[in-house]
Write a protein that binds this ligand. Structure first.
Ligand SMILES: [Zn+2]
Length: 251
């Protein structure tokens, strides 16, 4: 019994022990020239669950795919919960890519919005989200344009936060990317795939990935469901976005 107890104690310690402050293989010769590693992206989700309580439980345990979490969860009533510290790596993004960021969990803050994927997002919830985005972009120095949806970075796997999410309202408050009117007609030879890539979408083959990118783009920039091919209005939106620099921090 005693031996079994020792084994359990050792396993418990191994599971809970934090990394040593300094590598014992090296001589610690500290430099004052460093700061905290920082996230450079904010990824928005909907929970797809019936209630905030249910989502809280899932984000503190797991779903059918295994353990999951997010840094924040915002209820439909606007209440903001924090589940993981800003400096820690939450498990919200999974495989995918945005621009050059291939390990999105390591480089992002994840925010879940309690929403079943069908109901409109509540005004109180979006109000709290805007306050939280203001806080995070200021305090963590995340560029305000770097706010995307889960489906933007994983279009072949994810559909959240979906076509109902009010991206234009976010842009009006200074977050994310949105084309400012009037929309411009693209010149002959304009390549929409290069423009999508410049925004951050991974447009690599196979073709199925491109179709999924178009769906995510339609959700995000057109607020529409379906449509797996780019149309003339998409090209105007994309060309206009490429001509407009993202808003700088503080604007
Ligand atoms: Zn998600």
């Amino acid at each position: 019994m005693r031996r079994i107890g020792t084994v359990f104690a050792a396993a418990w310690l191994a599971g809970c022990a934090s990394l040593p402050a300094h590598n014992p293989l090296a001589t610690w010769a500290p430099s004052p020239n460093y700061d905290q590693r920082r996230a450079g992206l904010i990824v928005l989700h909907y929970t797809g669950e019936g209630s905030t309580a249910e989502a809280l439980r899932t984000l503190r345990t797991g779903n059918s795919g295994g353990p999951v979490s997010a840094h924040y969860l915002i209820g439909a009533d606007g209440h903001i919960y924090q589940l993981v510290a800003d400096a820690q790596r939450a498990w919200h993004a999974g495989p995918g890519r945005w621009g050059t960021l291939a390990d999105v969990n390591s480089g992002s803050i994840g925010i879940e919005l309690a929403n079943d994927g069908h109901a409109p997002f509540a005004p109180a919830q979006i109000g709290s989200l805007l306050r939280l985005l203001g806080d995070l972009t200021t305090r963590l120095h995340i560029p305000p344009s770097q706010v995307i949806g889960h489906e933007d970075m994983a279009p072949a796997r994810k559909i959240d936060p979906g076509p109902q999410f009010p991206w234009q309202q976010l842009a009006d408050a200074g977050f994310g990317r949105w084309p400012r009117a009037p929309l411009l007609d693209p010149p002959p030879g304009f390549d929409p795939w290069l423009a999508l890539q410049a925004l951050g979408y991974a447009v690599d083959p196979p073709p199925a990935q491109r179709a999924a990118v178009v769906r995510a783009f339609h959700h995000h920039f057109r607020g529409m469901e379906g449509g797996w091919q780019l149309d003339a209005q998409d090209l105007r939106v994309l060309y206009t976005l490429t001509r407009q620099a993202p808003p700088a921090a503080g604007q």
